[in-house]
Design a protein around this ligand. Structure first.
Ligand SMILES: N[C@@H](CCC[C@H](N)C(=O)O)C(=O)O
Length: 283
């Protein structure tokens, strides 16, 4: 049961190749929770289960959050999975495609594998696609009361849901205090990722992130994509945006119809073996 660990700006993932896990159809919720646990397991912000067979692309991928929930898409996860394929010599620097539950993406790896560019798909603000409860609409600058504060949010999807809250200044404390309540708010039938957004100028934004099923993370590719798209939708930034996060920066280019091209790094961390004894612990 070999695993491969990478991080993308401190948002770390464990790659589990089904070829190394005979008899497994996918990690169960219990297995995912203990593998990802920072004390009782190998520790990570999620599991990347692939490559899987697919008719829609060259490689299939499933993405699991540390709480065991499955995500439709992960920007950092896609860069890490693509780097794994490169390290395993299953791909080169020629473009290739990866199929996720949130859609098919196109990947280009720079020589050496440390920098990758991914066409993430199109961002939508459509309540039915995100989803957000209420009448069909674009969810732009709506009010929401969380604990002692009323926030103005814009919701978006790039395959997975996002709630973006622009503020004059943002902080990790904001994400920790209000993120969990926004993540599980009844507005969002499939829960949501949360970003507190500070616009630095028309080419730079800062976000603090609370992820669905993962909590506070140092970086997020889908959050970067959604936040940059929301800032552009609201007229606050141009089409080329650097997203600044505690773990580092991701480059976002916004095309027609809010298509998103994301460029960012991946760092190789470790390879190892999961021991069966790991699964005797319940977390
Ligand atoms: N960190 C990822 C997002 C992972 C999925 C997210 N937690 C969700 O449940 O949608 C990224 O880099 O996009």
């Amino acid at each position: 049961m070999r695993f491969h660990k990478y991080h993308a700006l401190g948002n770390d993932y464990i790659v589990m190749d089904p070829a190394d896990f005979p008899g497994w159809s996918a990690p169960t919720t219990e297995q995912t929770r203990v593998i990802c646990h920072r004390n009782f397991g190998a520790g990570s912000d999620g599991i990347l289960w692939g490559p899987l067979p697919t008719q829609r692309a060259q490689f299939g991928l499933r993405i699991f959050n540390p709480d065991g929930s499955e995500a439709e898409k992960s920007g950092n996860g896609l860069r890490i999975f693509s780097r794994y394929l490169y390290d395993q010599k299953k791909v080169t620097t020629a473009p290739f495609t990866v199929d996720t539950p949130g859609g098919v993406v196109n990947v280009v790896i720079a020589p050496g594998g440390q920098l990758l560019t991914i066409d993430m798909g199109h961002v939508s603000f459509d309540s039915a696609k995100i989803p957000v409860v209420g009448a069909p609409r674009e969810v732009l600058q709506e009010k929401i009361q969380i604990l002692d504060r009323e926030f103005i949010f814009t919701a978006a999807t790039i395959g997975n849901p996002h709630c973006v809250i622009p503020l004059p200044t943002v902080s990790p404390e904001l994400a920790h205090r209000y993120g969990p309540h926004l993540e599980t708010h009844a507005n969002f039938p499939r829960k949501t990722n949360v970003q507190f957004l500070q616009v630095l100028d028309r080419a730079n934004i800062r976000i603090e992130i609370w992820e669905r099923g993962a909590g506070y993370t140092l970086a997020s590719g889908s959050s970067s994509s959604a936040s940059a798209a929301v800032a552009h939708k609201l007229g606050l930034v141009d089409r080329k945006v650097t997203v600044h996060m505690p773990g580092g920066q991701i480059g976002i280019e916004i095309g027609d119809n809010f298509s998103i091209r994301m460029t960012g790094p991946v760092t190789r961390v470790a390879e190892g073996t999961l021991h069966p004894e790991l699964f005797t612990t319940k977390v």
